[in-house]
Design a protein around this ligand. Structure first.
Ligand code: AMP
Length: 405
């Protein structure tokens, strides 16, 4: 099994290259005959074209793309056409409101000492295969995407060709230090940078200045899943089933890398440009090869009995959370929520006090019950989740079941 260090080294070879693609084979003339001009209205197609390379276009290619070589090849293949081809219209990234500069005047302080060392995050100076150094000036900044606890997130485009579209997230170092989460942030960044999966938000790189850390993230074109859930109240079983299939696929990948997420909930999920689910937050995840952990973390509603009872836990905490997520998608609220307070929720979790509304189909009910088992060992394995009738029933024809096998 590859260690995180090995994976980091493999992946560091893949960070976005600033070089324009000049090595396209001489088939350009032939291929350009068949070239379709993307219509201006098909935003997702156009946006896909400028999205920074994701070496995993579908879960089918997951196995194939395990090596650095094939990853690099895929990244190459997903680049926009060479300069000899007619130029595509650039994707509109929206209007910048000057937020990074305005905020930098008023927010955050310089960080010194050990904390400054801990937060001197710059992927360009990684010991193995250093990549190019990035600065804020390398990007055209577009519309604001949102505000997080430690800073803002903007849609950006690399100034140099091939003009990749990314989300740039700013974190204020002094606020990280104040919240005493230097180690957690470092861990989140280290974990996320080593992951490559279609349902895990990519972190392409990072850089820092005296006051801030900038994360170069995959742009999740359809935003937060939580917003959708709030808008619709709940999802249809078809939509829920497809999301749970994607989640199970992503969690199998994370567990194969010995990463336990530990904070699965709608607020931590984003949607890609084609509406596909992306796990976007690794704040509570832990890299624990063969290690059982005891830290209480995550949101109470999604915590399993072994965590609320302070017992040691394993990757099976994510199986439980998947059961809670399935329930919340279909019913609109988590199963053990008790509005009278944390204590009541805690007790309901420990008793597995599960009441499934009658509107839920028998197949969905079966899956939820099999995941929400008190004994972690009795929870349905993720490979079985992906073969469950409720998942198979709604899986679209084009979608591969290869990684479910
Ligand atoms: P966060 O600091 O991660 O909570 O991000 C704040 C907000 O920015 C989120 O609630 C999202 O609406 C938005 N956002 C964060 N990351 C991305 C991304 N990669 N793509 C699109 N929107 C994002």
């Amino acid at each position: 099994m590859a260690s995180v260090g090995q994976i980091t080294r493999q992946i560091s070879a893949l960070e976005i290259s600033s070089k324009p693609n000049t090595t396209r084979p001489a088939t350009t003339a032939t291929t350009s005959q068949h070239q379709k001009k993307p219509s201006q209205t098909n935003v997702s197609k156009l946006l896909s074209k400028y999205a920074a390379p994701n070496p995993f276009p579908s879960s089918t290619s997951l196995q194939k793309t395990a090596s650095t070589q094939s990853l690099a090849k895929n990244a190459e293949a997903s680049r926009p056409p060479s300069p000899t081809r007619p130029k595509q219209p650039a994707f509109d990234i929206g209007r910048y409101d000057g937020g990074f500069e305005i905020e930098n005047e008023t927010r955050g302080e310089k960080v010194t000492g050990q904390a400054a060392e801990d937060l001197a995050l710059d992927s360009s100076v990684a010991a193995y295969r250093p990549t190019r150094e990035w600065h804020l000036t390398d990007f055209d900044i577009g519309r604001p995407l949102g505000k997080g606890k430690f800073g803002r997130v903007y849609m950006v485009r690399t100034k140099r060709e091939p003009h990749y579209i990314l989300a740039l997230k700013c974190l204020y170092k002094s606020e990280i230090v104040q919240s005493r989460v230097e180690k957690q942030i470092r861990r989140e960044i280290e974990i996320q940078q080593n992951l490559r999966h279609p349902h895990v938000l990519r972190l392409y790189g990072y850089f820092h200045d005296e006051k801030r850390i900038f994360l170069m993230l995959e742009f999740a074109g359809k935003g937060e899943l939580y917003k959708q859930l709030t808008k619709y109240g709940c999802f249809t079983e078809k939509r829920s089933s497809r999301y749970i299939d994607q989640m199970a696929d992503a969690l199998m990948y994370l567990h194969s890398k010995h990463v336990i997420h530990r904070d699965i909930k709608p607020e931590n999920l984003l949607l890609g440009i084609n509406g596909e689910l992306k796990i976007g937050d690794f704040g509570w995840s832990v890299h624990a090869p063969g290690n059982r952990r005891k830290t209480l973390c995550g949101t109470l509603d999604y915590l399993p009995p072994e965590m609320v009872e302070g017992r040691e836990h394993s990757e099976k905490v994510d199986y439980w959370a998947l059961g809670v997520l399935t329930y919340e998608f279909i019913c609109g609220a988590p199963p053990f929520e008790d509005l009278s307070g944390y204590n009541a929720t805690y007790k309901r979790i420990a008793r597995v006090d599960l009441k499934i509304p009658s509107k839920v189909s028998p197949e969905a009910r079966d899956l939820i019950t099999k995941l929400l088992q008190y004994d972690p060992e009795r929870r349905l394995p993720l490979s079985e989740v992906r073969k469950h009738p409720w998942i198979v029933k709604y899986r679209s024809k084009g979608h591969s079941t290869a990684s479910a096998a």
